[in-house]
Design a protein around this ligand. Structure first.
Ligand SMILES: Cc1cc2nc3c(=O)[nH]c(=O)nc-3n(C[C@H](O)[C@H](O)[C@H](O)COP(=O)(O)OP(=O)(O)OC[C@H]3O[C@@H](n4cnc5c(N)ncnc54)[C@H](O)[C@@H]3O)c2cc1C
Length: 464
């Protein structure tokens, strides 16, 4: 009897290093491929913005369309459904008489609930899930999820000593696409409550898709050799070149962390092995750590009291929240980063640290509001990376002074670029505009005593 399976793409929008896809090809005679654009991802939250905003929608659309083209080229078709998987997949199962579903394994509650619902609806279905998100496979690390250490060091050292990334899976050369299936188009933005203006004006920082992800990796490594200087450039904020910019591709699975690992190892062999090559892998290990730690604590990572169940007296001023979201706090280093996030769906790690620290420790707003805002905007949104980094800013990390950091990282040009009101201001004015008469730019919410030393240092700078 012909065995017909469904390959259900989620955050693994790639053909390379895709275990679910490879296994389905080994085990089935014919395959249907699908992706579901879940309306719940774009619903409006009580905080007043969408769970995922327009740049995320557009980046997803680009990535799914690239996948569809890639599948078509190898004899597959991608059915793109405009409903949630829980309503679309049972229909596909019936229509195409499918017996098996192949997909990446999930780890966070919303996604796990979708799977539980499908299993309830389809009791006789054979489900096959494969772990693919992290650099180290979750079964290869020297910890059970319930015992993942509370500090990254206690995780990283044993993990690096006792496990190694598994080898990547080859990209299939031919797919067994079921001939009666046809590809369908990515649904319109209108279905998810976006306007034409929002859609037309959205300009994600990068274009989505597997091919572009692999090109970006080649560019950052062998073509430009920028990787060699990563250790020293990674804290900057402006442009494409100071860090890998692989996070949006990793978030949707347009590239796998093991592929990055293999290319970095080749780079070490043929070009240069140094602190930078070590550091890039180290960051991927951080990403793993947050994934596993997030799994350990489950939904506690989304709660105001965090997984430590700690009370923090937040003030939650709605006006200040609005100013932070719109990049109008009057603190240029924060505002420039927030405006870049709003326009492009991306912000540097330095920016994220400063905006989160200012949000929690200066504005004293519930950190989960900030995390929800980042979730809405970031094209590299990743459940555990976002919520665990915010959790860390709220509960574990010392304060980051945004005035001092704006000077330390020479951010004048960056600020001039993202805050037009300050584009013609000199090197001092642009960092501490409240000290001068600049009516077009907002007055700061508050200038804190603890910033005095940083402000005095800036005043001593050369003006040009
Ligand atoms: C408050 C806050 C929220 C964040 N939210 C996210 C998020 O939703 N998605 C996300 O991918 N990253 C998040 N980060 C981590 C980090 O800022 C981004 O991964 C990084 O800026 C992406 O740019 P890049 O790909 O050029 O990174 P690179 O510096 O080139 O690093 C390479 C890769 O390592 C991983 N990585 C680097 N730093 C971290 C980190 N601190 N935590 C976890 N993984 C890391 C990313 O996958 C990244 O692509 C957040 C950080 C903070 C402080």
């Amino acid at each position: 009897m012909t065995k017909r399976g469904l390959v259900w793409f989620k955050n693994d929008l790639r053909l390379h290093d895709n275990e679910a896809l490879c296994k389905s090809l080994l085990e089935c005679d014919e395959l249907i491929f699908c992706y579901c654009v879940d309306p719940l991802h774009f619903k409006k939250l009580d905080l007043g913005f969408k769970k995922a905003d327009i740049n995320r929608f557009k980046f997803l659309e680009q990535s799914v369309n690239h996948l569809q083209q890639h599948l078509e080229g190898l004899g597959g078709h991608l059915i793109i459904c405009e409903e949630s998987a829980t309503s679309a997949i049972p229909d596909l199962i019936k229509k195409f008489e499918l017996t098996d579903i192949y997909a990446e394994e999930e780890y966070a509650s919303e996604e796990l609930n979708v799977i539980a619902d499908l299993k309830d609806q389809l009791p006789s279905m054979n489900f096959h899930f494969f772990w693919g998100k992290t650099l180290y496979h979750k079964n290869d690390i020297p910890f059970q999820i319930e015992t993942i250490p509370l500090t990254s060091k206690a995780y990283r050292i044993p993990a690096a000593q006792e496990s190694a990334p598994r080898k990547t899976f080859e990209t299939p050369e031919k797919l067994k696409g079921f001939k009666d299936a046809i590809s369908t188009r990515f649904p319109s933005y209108k279905k998810y409550g976006f306007t034409k203006k929002e859609y037309d004006e959205a300009a994600p920082f990068l274009e989505g898709g597997e091919t572009l992800a692999l090109e970006r990796l080649q560019y950052y490594t062998f073509k430009s050799e920028l990787l060699t200087g990563y250790r020293w450039s990674r804290n900057r904020s402006e442009g494409l070149d100071y860090s890998s910019k692989l996070s949006p591709y990793l978030a949707l699975g347009c590239i796998s962390p093991r592929t990055i690992f293999e290319v970095v190892k080749e780079y070490e062999q043929h070009i240069k092995k140094n602190q930078s090559t070590w550091w890039l892998i180290f960051e991927l290990v951080w990403r793993d750590y947050f994934t596993f730690k997030g799994m350990r604590f489950g939904d506690q990572i989304f709660k105001t009291k965090g997984y430590k169940n700690k009370d923090v007296p937040f003030e939650n001023d709605p006006e200040n929240f609005k100013k932070w979201c719109t990049g109008t706090t009057g603190i240029p280093f924060v505002d420039a980063h927030m405006r870049q996030l709003n326009q492009t769906g991306y912000m540097s790690n330095r920016g994220r640290v400063n905006c989160a620290s200012y949000f929690v420790h200066d504005l004293k707003i519930d950190w989960t509001w900030g995390a929800a805002y980042f979730e809405s905007k970031l094209i590299d949104y990743d459940v555990s990376s976002n919520w665990m980094n915010w959790h860390m800013q709220a509960f574990e990390i010392y304060y980051t002074n945004p005035v001092h950091q704006s000077n330390k990282y020479n951010s004048q040009d960056y600020i001039r670029k993202w805050i037009p009101e300050l584009s013609d201001k000199n090197n001092v004015e642009v960092l501490i505009p409240w000290e001068f008469d600049i009516p077009s730019y907002p007055k700061p919410i508050e200038i804190y005593q603890k910033w005095t030393r940083a402000i005095n240092l800036i005043k001593k700078l050369e003006k040009e």
